[in-house]
Design a protein around this ligand. Structure first.
Ligand code: ATP
Ligand code: TZE
Ligand code: MG
Length: 274
């Protein structure tokens, strides 16, 4: 079965099952992540107090840990949720936002990688390079100029080997690998880099697809399906609203994700295997 066909079937399963996706995320893009999950057909819950994250994670189909606005308290909330998810076989997605940008973020990324078994790591090339242990010169949450030259495939493979999980590096062309299989996903629009949170939304969608899977261990096709969905939606949004500007494009992106179905994935996904 082709990767596009697999992604189409996963979307169909997601829309029938409506997986509950627990997000411990940042305050910049939390609302967009909740809305994109609703748009694709999943059910979001944002919960980040250490007092409740174990309980919420235990009831969810997937857990998304996003380091965008970190704190020691949030780290504790993430470790509690992550350990519970691991015990219950619930897939965990890590978005190491700005992982190399400060001491707190570096410690947080290292601590999460050490204490929680991650199924999908999703980030831009700077973030994934840092998580892979490669030199990264991150200054903020966007790809740094110094990191633009790093090869996305090499960064993804290095991180996949270090973490033993599926890694998705986004950018103009997205790369997904589990160290054994590799896929490249085209599509999207350069406008996506001009709206904050499209990466966070992609990670949230990876949670929805991983949570829709029949069983744990389906992380690679879930990550591919999430990136293909964002790619198609980004193109549609650009056609509809690219000429209007970033604000309209942002809203059109949510609309486009809401319009995705099995058929659009099968017909429009641009996935290259190997
Ligand atoms: N130049 C581009 N052309 C096409 N698609 C792009 C481009 N840049 C980013 N994208 C798409 O935008 C989405 C987010 O990727 P990006 O690498 O910008 O994440 P990010 O840096 O983590 O974003 P953020 O931190 O703002 O959430 C992905 O679906 C990716 O494919
Ligand atoms: C801009 C920004 N700052 C912290 S998180 C975030 C959203 C994109 O990652
Ligand atoms: Mg990001």
């Amino acid at each position: 079965m082709s990767m596009a066909e697999q992604a189409a079937l996963l979307l169909d399963r997601l829309q029938r099952r409506r997986p509950l996706v627990h997000c411990i995320t940042n305050y910049v893009t939390a609302n967009d992540c909740a809305n994109i999950l609703l748009a694709i057909g999943a059910s979001p819950i944002m919960a980040d107090d250490p007092e409740e994250t174990e309980e919420i994670a235990a009831a969810a189909s997937a857990l998304v840990l996003n380091m965008g606005t970190p704190s020691r308290r949030k780290l504790e909330a993430m470790i509690r949720a992550g350990r519970r998810a691991n015990e219950k076989g619930i897939p965990v997605i890590l978005d190491p936002v700005g992982a190399g940008a400060s001491r707190l973020r570096r410690e947080m990324a290292e601590s999460l990688i050490r204490k929680v078994r991650v199924d999908i790591l999703r980030g831009n090339v700077s973030e994934v390079s840092f998580a892979a242990g490669l030199a990264s010169r991150e200054k903020g949450v966007d790809v740094s100029e110094a990191d633009r030259g790093i090869d996305r495939t090499e960064a993804a493979l290095a991180a996949a080997r270090r973490l033993g999980c599926t890694v998705a590096v986004t950018g103009e062309v997205d790369v997904v690998t589990d160290g054994r299989r590799t896929a490249r996903i085209r599509g999207g629009s350069s406008m996506m880099a001009r709206v904050t949170g499209t990466g966070c939304m992609t990670s949230a969608l990876a949670g929805a697809f991983a949570g829709a899977g029949a069983e744990r261990g389906d992380a690679f096709p879930a990550a591919v399906a999430a990136l293909a969905s964002m790619g198609i939606a980004g193109e549609t949004a650009f056609e509809k609203a690219g000429h209007l500007g970033c604000g309209s494009f942002h809203i059109a992106l949510l609309d486009a994700v809401g319009g995705l179905n099995e058929k659009s994935i099968r017909e429009r996904a641009e996935i290259e295997e190997g």
